[in-house]
Design a binder for this molecule. Structure first.
Ligand SMILES: *Cc1c(COP(=O)(O)O)cnc(C)c1O
Length: 399
């Protein structure tokens, strides 16, 4: 294979994996790696979990697709499970996170129109990431994401993250036009920034007082990642709309937009749809993933190992020169350095057989499977400590 037939949107490391099991991946030379990234918060129950493998195999042999012109039993079952866990009665199934957020943004407009707002606005946060469609880019932050694209749909207004003064100002300036607030309770791509429980409670109250929808993007922080099914549950609040994707299918593409009954019923037959969304395979795997998390006690494990990892990192890495912060909840953890550190992704892989991510250029991000063991916690902390200590890598890095 010489010619490259892919559009140059990615810069992959020179690593190709051919097999995975649990927290481990093997490359094409047979070398074993510890996966502390889980395909960016996707394979939460581990690679090739036997129940997921069996569900895929059995469903593939029965039925993959019928379209939403017919009732799909697995969709109802997954909707019921998610309703029970989230307290949000209605679901719409998509194929990705961006689509789930598009669904949420449509609901915000319908809600605004229902309240008599001609051109409804959605309040979003600085440094947010909600996806790569044009509308979700408009809700996201960063010229780096939308360079060259020109004007994006203009119904979002951005304020600083987790800042109640900014919320008050935007209410003064645009209050009559605002229909909803959309935010990640823990910002992932921006470097793992956690909104406090106090902020989320105040925001919930503010939305109630003004008739705004509180829409949470838990595409990264949801499905057990933080030790609760959803990160908002740490704050004891209830959103009106919740978006999920990534770990819901453990690698089978699926997204979901959940809403309260009143909000979900803003859609009427024909007002939204998807060819693949909610197909029997994806929904059956979603059900299987939720069952595994429950049966194997993975919320508890994520909370326990996450706390252990955070403590190890604070004591072993947080004290090193050049480390600005160690942040996180459960197994969603960021270590911010005072310098660009993208090369540490490759050095971690080469020198420590450890897969991590670097986001926003300066933050090491850990999103390991929820099945992580105590021994693996130590291995990750030791490796990061060595990496951050050594000013230059042992390798020179591939171009
Ligand atoms: C990954 C992510 C998205 C986008 O999901 P896609 O499946 O890539 O479209 C949106 N929001 C958050 C918080 C994410 O982490």
């Amino acid at each position: 294979m010489s010619a490259n037939h892919l559009m140059p949107t990615y810069q992959p490391l020179p690593l190709t994996f051919t097999r995975g099991l649990g927290t481990r991946l093997w490359d094409d030379s047979g070398r074993e790696y510890l996966d502390a990234l889980a395909g960016v918060a996707v394979t939460n129950v581990g690679h090739s979990h036997p129940d997921v493998v069996a569900a895929i195999a059995e469903q593939a042999g029965l039925l993959l697709h019928t379209s939403n012109l017919y009732a799909i039993d697995w969709q109802q079952r997954l909707g019921a499970k998610l309703a029970e866990k989230s307290g949000l009665a209605l679901a719409f199934f998509n194929n990705s996170g961006a689509e789930a957020n598009e669904t949420a943004l449509k609901l915000a407009r319908l809600h605004g129109h229902a309240r008599g707002i001609a051109r409804p606005l959605v309040v979003v946060m600085n440094n947010a990431f909600h996806g790569r469609t044009l509308a979700t880019l408009a809700a996201s932050d960063g010229a780096h994401l939308s360079a060259g694209l020109g004007q994006l749909p203009g119904d979002c207004v951005k304020i600083p993250f987790a800042d109640l003064d900014a919320l008050a100002s935007v209410t003064q300036a645009f209050g009559q036009r605002i229909a909803a607030v959309l935010l990640e309770p823990i910002q992932g791509e921006s470097g793992v920034h956690v909104a406090s429980a106090a902020y989320l409670r105040a925001l919930r109250e503010h939305c109630d007082n003004h008739g705004w929808l509180l829409m949470l993007d838990e595409i990264q922080s949801g499905i057990g990642r933080t030790g609760q099914w959803f990160a908002y549950q740490h704050a004891g609040i209830q959103p009106d709309v919740l978006t999920l994707a990534k770990a819901l299918g453990n690698g089978i593409p699926i997204g979901a937009c959940l809403a309260s009954a009143a909000v979900g019923r803003l859609f009427t037959p024909g007002s939204h749809g998807s060819t693949f969304g909610g197909n029997p395979l994806a929904c059956r795997v979603g059900c299987t993933v939720l069952d595994i998390i429950e049966r194997e006690g993975l919320l508890d494990n994520a909370a326990r190992q996450g706390q252990a990892l955070l403590e190890c990192l604070r004591s072993e890495v947080g004290i090193l020169p050049g480390v600005k912060a160690v942040r996180g909840v459960g197994l969603m953890i960021g270590v911010e350095l005072d310098r660009p550190c993208r090369e540490l992704m490759q050095r971690a892989a080469q020198e420590h057989a450890l897969l991590i991510n670097v986001t926003r250029g300066t933050t090491l991000r850990l999103l390991p499977p929820l099945t992580l063991s105590a021994a693996e916690v130590e291995r990750i902390a030791d490796a990061l400590s060595a990496l951050v200590r050594a000013p230059q890598g042992l390798c020179t890095g591939a171009s």
